[in-house]
Each structure stands twice: as C-alpha cells, then as structure tokens.
Write a protein that binds this ligand. Structure first.
Ligand code: ADQ
Length: 474
C-alpha cells in the first residue's frame, strides 16, 4: 500500500492540539500528517559524539516519526552553516548577510547523503516521498543515486530568489540541477515559480512545456505554486478554548480601552522588526493626539541564537525599543511592549483576537502564517485590520489587507492610521473576504493539492511532451 513519507530537517509534531509553540513548518506538517498512516523522517535535533546512522522510531501526537541523530560538526556546517548562514539569508534577499564557506557546502552534502542512506531501507515500492524545505534540496538526487524510483516531491517554504541574487551563490547551478531529481517542485507563490523558471531558462537553457513541466540538464520536473495555509478548523476550536478566552480577557483588561497593534514573529531579520518599530515611531511622532490611546505589543520569540546576525539583531531591537519607550512613555503609558518569550497557540489565539491591528511586515517571507492566524482569530462583528507587507507570500492572495511596503516607514505608519480609523463596514467587508480565503485555502487543501499533483506527476515527462522554448511568464 502506498504511504506518504514526509522528510524535513526537524521533526517536531506538537504533542497536543493547542499547546504547541512550534514554527510554521511544524504546525503545518503535523496538521497534515496526524490523520495519515504515513511517516515523518528527519533530524532529532540531538547531536552525538560520533555519527552511527542509528535511527529511533516513535509515535508523537498521533504521528509516526523516525529520528536521526547528527554530529556536532553536522549541526555547525549543515544547519547553522549552509542552511542558516548561506541559503536562508540568500533566499531572503540578504546577500550582505551570507557566509560562503567550503566546509558549509561539504556539511550540507554530507548530511543530505546521511539522510538518504538512513531513509533508504524505510522506503516501500509505492511510497510517495515529500521533502520539505531548503535544508534538503539535494536529497532526491542522493536517493536517485541509490536507485530510488519512487515519486519524490519537494516544497520550498521560503522565497525563491531572483536569478541575479541566486547567481551570487558559488555552485548555484549544482544546487538547481539537484532540484531536477524531483518529480514535482512546489513553491509558495506564482512569483517564486516565475523566479525559478527565469533562472532555469536563462542560466540552464531550460525548456518549458505547457503542462508546467520544466526540462533542463536532461531531466524534467513539474513546477507549481501551492500556497500554504493554516489548519483553520483546528484554529477555530483553539479559539474557543478556556485558555484562549482567558488570554483574550486578560489582554482587553490590560489594554484599558487603548487600541492595540500586534506583531508576532520569530526574532528574524527577514521579519522586518526594526523597520516596523521605526514605522511605529513615525506614527507616534506624526500623531501626538494618539499618545496614550494606543500601544504596540510585539511578541518576538528568540530564534537561531547561535548565528551572529540574530544576536546583532536582538541587540539592535533592545536598543530601539528602549529608545522609543524612553522618548514617548509617561508614568501611566508604555507605547511599546516588547516581549521575547514564546506563547502557546491557544494563548496566541486569544491575544490575536484582542488586537485592533495585525502588523505583518516582513521584508521577505515565503508565506507568513501569522497573517492567516490573525484573520482567523477576529470577531466577525468587530474585526481588526491586517496590515500586510507586499513582500510576504501571503500578499499574493490576501489582497483585502492593507498592503504596504515595509521599507517605507511613512507607508506603514499611514496604513496603521488608516486601519485605526477605518469604518466598521469596511473592516467587515475586508475581513469577510480575507477569512473566506483563509478557510478555503487551508493546510488540508495545501497537502491534498500537493499530494494529488505528486501522484499524477509523470515519472518520464520528457518522452512525449510538446516543448515550447522560452515561455517564461506565459
Ligand atoms: P516561519 O518563518 O516560522 O515559517 P510563519 O509562517 O509566520 O513563519 O509561521 C510562524 C508560526 O509560528 C505561526 O504558526 C505562529 O503562530 C508561530 N509563532 C511565531 N511567532 C511566535 C511567537 N512569538 N510565539 C509563539 N508562536 C509563534 C516558515 C516560512 C514562512 C512560511 C512557513 C510555512 O518562513 O514564510 O509561511 O514556514 O510554510
């Protein structure tokens, strides 16, 4: 019988619905796999003195997981190195933050080989294999080398960068060539599909066929956008929980009638937190009448602390928040509440519901699930307003948000002002359309669409396809 095997860097399904503090990828996959008879394979997050290739199988939160321990050197070179110091900044349009080290490259290749060798004996003849994210781009190539003929799909959770940015990566062609060992390559947005295809056509003389198949390096892959969503039904249940209601009430009480602007993010330079703080400072500077009547609650959970760029960012945000409060706070008003601890999902749901403005202003983001959670948490009779960056993947479909350029503090500050003064009828109209989108395009649909496409992906698409050269943007 055919099973779904999901492979990702970390495997951390939340133990129970509602209590998780996991990131977007973990939340999405756990929701998708819980009901499935499939298997989730990846790194345990633990390191051992010497790599043995031993794997442990267990059931977590209703999901069967297979975990592999890596070595300390793997963690440094593959995870903290190539994944988080090279690919993450590059794919988020920050070549200035990229480190290129030959040892990172080697660590990345080594760990992908280790993943392939360990996974190999678990693969049944009809299994579908679904690889997640930028940590594991070469995995299909390594599996193919070992004779795996199964259908293998890949989904990239982060943006695919423009061609000229990607070509700053040493051996970029090798990385892209490895993608062609997959039968199906999924991106978050049409923009990403276009950027990928643009690279393939210009740098690898790829040919596109009308059915969304890209042919290059003598191989072929289906390429398509699958915008990820949240588990909308589960979120609605979470919102009704006692803990969510408690947090909602507590928040309202602590607001004391003031309007609340809310940001919820991992503490990451791609999320545009400094620019957001600066935009808020501009709002305060331009609107003295608002002082004392609003505040910004920014929840920014620490992330990737081992990487210098994250430590530097943390220090800058500590400074900036201190500066804003120093300049504007009074004895009974703190304009910026800046919190670094993580919150449970049910707690967050209650906090979202109390916010008048949801501020989601990343400089680049594959999708951004916070935008969708914020919308899902609103009171239909008095919904808040979503202010959303044009550079979040979510902006491609969430057009009824107030779309802003996060790099312009005036733009963001004006959008916040507009949101705070927006008539109820307009708030409702915008929210209804956004909510419909969040409910319809949820994580179940994302999973089903991807798996259906992977099942249908022709294993030998080059054989009788009608090729149309240079069809970018068609
Ligand atoms: P992330 O970069 O982690 O995910 P995002 O999509 O916003 O970004 O997901 C964050 C998740 O973590 C949300 O479910 C949110 O509730 C939770 N979270 C965020 N901050 C939190 C906090 N301070 N406390 C508790 N929980 C918090 C990557 C990509 C995204 C893409 C997702 C899914 O970077 O672009 O949307 O994968 O594909």
């Amino acid at each position: 019988m055919s099973r779904l095997i999901v492979v990702s860097n970390r495997v951390n399904p939340p133990a129970d619905s509602g209590v998780g503090t996991a990131g977007g990828l973990a939340m999405a996959l756990a929701a998708a796999l819980r009901e499935d008879k499939g298997l989730w394979f990846g790194w345990s997050g633990q390191t051992v003195e010497q790599y043995t290739g031993q794997m442990s199988m267990q059931k977590v939160g209703g999901v069967t997981v297979a975990l592999l321990d890596l070595e300390e050197q793997d963690q440094q070179e593959y995870y903290n190195g190539y994944a988080n110091r090279t690919l993450w900044p590059l794919f988020h349009y920050r070549p200035d933050l990229v480190s290129y080290e030959r040892s990172f490259d080697e660590g990345y290749e080594r760990v992908n080989t280790r993943f392939a060798e360990t996974l190999l004996p678990l693969i049944g003849p009809d299994d579908l294999i679904w690889v997640q994210d930028y940590h594991l781009i070469p995995l299909a190539r390594e599996l193919r080398k070992r004779g795996v003929k199964n259908r293998i799909g890949f989904f990239l959770h982060i943006p695919w960068p423009a061609r000229r940015i990607l070509s700053t990566l040493p051996r970029h062609a090798e990385l892209v060539e490895a993608m062609f060992s997959y039968d199906l390559i999924g991106f978050q947005t049409e923009d990403d599909v276009e950027a990928f295809t643009d690279y393939a056509v210009h740098d690898a003389q790829a040919v596109l066929s009308k059915d969304g198949v890209v042919h290059a390096w003598g191989q072929a892959a289906h390429v398509k956008a699958f915008p990820i969503g949240i588990d909308a039904d589960d979120f609605a249940e979470t919102l009704k929980s006692e803990r969510a209601e408690l947090f909602h009430r507590t928040m309202l009480k602590s607001q004391g009638g003031r309007k609340m602007l809310l940001g919820v993010d991992r503490l990451d330079y791609s999320k545009g937190l400094e620019e957001r703080f600066t935009a808020y400072e501009t709002l305060l500077a331009n609107n003295p009448g608002m002082h004392g009547h609003l505040f910004l609650l920014q929840i920014a959970t620490r992330s990737r602390d081992e990487v210098d760029a994250y430590q530097d960012l943390r220090a800058r945000l500590d400074n900036l928040s201190g500066k804003i409060n120093g300049a504007y706070a009074t004895i009974d008003w703190v304009p910026l509440r800046y919190v670094n601890r993580p919150y449970r999902r049910d707690e967050l749901a209650g906090i979202y519901r109390a916010a008048d403005i949801g501020l989601v202003t990343p400089l680049r983001d594959g999708m951004n699930l916070v935008a969708k959670e914020y919308v899902a948490a609103q009171d239909p009779s008095n919904p808040g307003v979503l202010v959303l960056s044009q550079f979040a993947g979510a902006a491609e479909t969430m057009k009824d948000a107030l779309i802003v350029n996060p790099l312009s503090r005036e733009d963001v500050s004006e959008a916040i002002h507009r949101g705070l003064t927006m008539p109820l009828a307009e708030r409702k109209r915008r929210w209804e359309s956004l909510f419909h989108n969040v409910q319809t395009n949820d994580v179940g649909r994302w999973r089903d669409d991807f798996v259906a496409c992977l099942k249908a992906a022709d294993l030998h698409p080059t054989e009788d396809t009608d090729l149309t050269p240079l069809a970018v943007g068609e």
